[in-house]
Design a binder for this molecule. Structure first.
Ligand SMILES: Nc1ncnc2c1ncn2[C@@H]1O[C@H](COP(=O)(O)OP(=O)(O)OP(=O)(O)O)[C@@H](O)[C@H]1O
Ligand SMILES: N[C@@H](CCO)C(=O)O
Length: 325
């Protein structure tokens, strides 16, 4: 079988926040912070990573994006061992905003586009869930919006929910990194039936609240007993934020993904935004943690790809001119 081979593609992929509190490994929301990847089949592999977020990421064939792209080609039965890859990302690395999912999804979409989109979006979601081992971040980065999903180690299924147009997101991104591996390592192997029921009822209610635009219900629903109490030992100040953010204007608060970023959902019409900012930053500062605050929105768009023409400007030039959008 032969495929139309594109020369060069550009992928834009959103960041994501996983869990939203009780929806451990099953709820994700795409955020309007993005990574871009240019990918082309080449005669020699060259990997260029642009920007501060990329520091420490390898630029040889051990790079995750290169490896995931090769997996797509192998699955399709084609061989393109040499690739030219350029990536620029606004998504902070290893902070709980889905940087690894953005790399996996971006690589899958880019490589798939180069071979004429042999795989459907659903098939890419299956591969991405298998690679990431949970579908929440990758689902949001692929489909955009809010994604409810499961992965049972054989297949993944998901439904997208449209985020309420008043929903805004304030994130506090600590200066330190926390790997998902480490944050999963502090969780117990078994939980009580009581805690399991607590989470399934709260997660179900949260999904219903988000689906119906019942923003007032979020403060009751966004509570978790499966992972946050354990992970709070890794992030000083987290327990205070979980207990008190709602008194300072948040609709609800959670650890973003595996952390260390803290995330507050906010009604855009709320007048206590400055108070919430001060509370988040002040609480972390009291523990000696420097944190960057960012106001974000849910990203309606999931991953997108465009075919580049020979005259199109490269990512580096667009980043330097600050016109990348
Ligand atoms: N652009 C990239 N290229 C190659 N590897 C990357 C890239 N982005 C992330 N990674 C890999 O993913 C790791 C971070 O994944 P990890 O799951 O620990 O955090 P995260 O994805 O940022 O947060 P979370 O999964 O909690 O939302 C990095 O240390 C790096 O190994
Ligand atoms: N659901 C995952 C997201 C982080 O990758 C976790 O909380 O470990």
């Amino acid at each position: 079988m032969s495929y139309k081979t594109e020369q060069k593609v550009r992928v834009k992929v959103p960041a994501s926040t996983a869990n939203l509190g009780p929806g451990f490994d099953s709820l994700g929301m795409a955020l309007n912070l993005y990574a871009w990847i240019d990918m082309a089949i080449s005669d020699q592999t060259r990997i260029q990573l642009i920007g501060d977020q990329m520091s420490g990421i390898p630029t040889d064939k051990s790079n995750l994006i290169y490896k995931v792209a090769q997996m797509v080609f192998d699955n399709a039965g084609v061989s393109h061992p040499e690739l030219e890859i350029t990536m620029y990302s606004e998504i902070p690395l290893t902070r709980g905003l889905g940087s690894s999912a953005s790399a996996i999804v971006g690589a899958l979409a880019g490589a798939n586009a180069l071979i004429g989109n042999k795989f459907s979006t659903y098939e890419l979601f299956q591969i991405a869930s298998r690679l990431e081992k949970h579908p929440d971040n990758v689902g949001a980065s692929i489909y955009g919006g809010i994604v409810v999903a499961f992965w049972d180690e054989v297949k993944a299924e998901s439904i997208r929910i449209e985020p309420d147009h008043n929903l805004e997101v304030l994130v506090a991104i600590p200066a330190f990194q926390l790997s998902t591996e480490k944050a999963r390592g502090v969780m117990p192997q078994h939980v009580s039936m009581k805690d399991a029921v607590f989470n399934l009822s709260h997660s179900s209610l949260l999904v219903a609240a988000l689906s119906t635009g019942n923003l007032g219900m979020i403060r009751h629903a966004m509570k978790d007993r499966l992972h946050q109490p354990y992970r709070a030992t890794l992030i000083p100040g987290m327990k205070t934020l979980l207990d008190e953010c709602e008194d300072h204007g948040a609709l609800g608060v959670a650890l973003s993904g595996a952390g260390p970023t803290m995330l507050a959902l906010v009604d855009g019409r709320n007048e206590k935004k400055t108070e919430l900012e001060a509370f988040l930053q002040g609480t972390l500062a009291k523990e000696g943690i420097e944190a960057q605050l960012l106001w974000l929105k849910p990203s309606q768009d999931g991953v997108t790809t465009t075919e580049l023409q020979s005259g199109d400007e490269g990512l580096l030039s667009l980043v330097e001119k600050e016109v990348l959008a």
